[in-house]
Design a protein around this ligand. Structure first.
Ligand code: NAP
Length: 283
């Protein structure tokens, strides 16, 4: 079997065009969705991520404000900036780029963001809402994965989904969203013995680990949907995922590429969340 590709670039383009239309509709009511992106420190990777987010906002007609601070910016100053943005009616979404320098408590910072503007979906209020099935902002990466499943007509209901990874930003919310969609969900992690025993039973596998080639062809059930969240570098320095793409694409029914899979969808769902925050504020 040769797997069909789930094209995150094409799906992103479609969703971003829909976002742009809704932004125009809000504009007719005098509202422009606004995202504030806060970056502390000079990590080159973080600089690229925030630049991509800001550009995506501008391309879709949203306002974006990038605030860059040096690595010695204090926690107190950062909390004060967040409080000011919480009160700013022209800002509908606040994103603090992680990781933060060691002297800043990331949990404290995330909890300082108003849940109404928590477009990353990392606030405990958003996590709790997801847990109990209430409306709240969903973390962008797993939200994007759910959109990818929807785009290929795969309904998780009744399927066995195996999520590899249990981080608060990907693995756990991914598992919750699949559960909400009535999949039977198994969560695997670094203490899971014999990972393949679980993945081989899966109709849907989501790999969110951060180790290349950790999911190989013999670990995948023929026809399964394989979503690769991982972002790693291969020996040539090229971006690659957690999945052995060449091998697994011979067995799976559907597969996401890296690059061009989950990555673009993450930014797309950030735009969707920011737009929805503005629409909710205007309602
Ligand atoms: P993380 O916080 O480091 O979590 C990694 C998870 O993988 C942990 O739960 C860990 O288990 C588990 N794990 C490690 N080794 C394992 C093994 N041998 N078998 C099974 N599970 C194992 O990472 P993250 O933030 O969730 O990100 C995961 C990957 O996705 C990274 O490559 C990251 O760069 C990428 N990512 C991509 C996007 C995107 O937009 N494409 C967005 C976010 C993240 P323990 O909990 O037991 O340690």
């Amino acid at each position: 079997m040769t797997a069909k590709l789930i094209d995150g670039v094409a799906l992103s383009k479609k969703i971003r065009a829909e976002v742009a239309q809704r932004v125009i509709a809000l504009g007719a009511r005098g509202i422009k969705p606004g995202l504030a992106v806060l970056l502390v420190g000079d990590s080159p990777a973080s600089q690229v991520y925030v630049r991509n987010k800001v550009k995506a906002c501008e391309d879709a007609g949203l306002k974006s404000v990038l605030e860059k601070y040096t690595a010695d910016f204090s926690q107190t100053e950062l909390l004060a900036r967040i409080e000011a943005l919480n009160q700013d009616p022209s800002i509908h979404g606040i994103l603090v780029q992680l990781p933060l320098p060691a002297h800043i408590d990331a949990n404290l910072v995330i909890e300082a963001i108003s849940p109404l503007k928590d477009v990353d979906g990392f606030h405990v209020g958003s996590a709790g809402a997801l847990m109990v099935g209430q409306d709240g902002f969903k973390p962008c990466t797993p939200y994007g994965c759910m959109k990818m499943l929807e785009s290929i007509g795969v309904d998780p209901r009744g399927k066995h989904a195996v999520v590899i990874g249990r981080s608060n930003i990907v693995g756990k919310p991914m598992a919750m969203m699949l559960l909400q969609a009535s999949a039977t969900v198994t969560i695997c992690h670094s203490a899971t013995p014999d990972l393949a025993q679980f993945t081989r039973q899966a109709d849907i596998v989501v790999a969110a680990v951060g180790k290349r080639n950790m999911l190989t062809a013999e670990m995948v059930k023929p026809g399964a949907v394989v979503i690769d969240v991982g972002m790693n570098r291969n020996d040539e320095g090229k971006l690659c995922g957690d999945v052995d793409f060449a091998g697994v694409s011979q067995v799976a029914g559907w597969i996401t590429p890296v690059p061009g899979g989950v990555g673009p969808m993450t930014i797309t769902m950030l735009l969707v969340n920011t737009l929805e925050a503005a629409e909710r504020a205007a309602a």
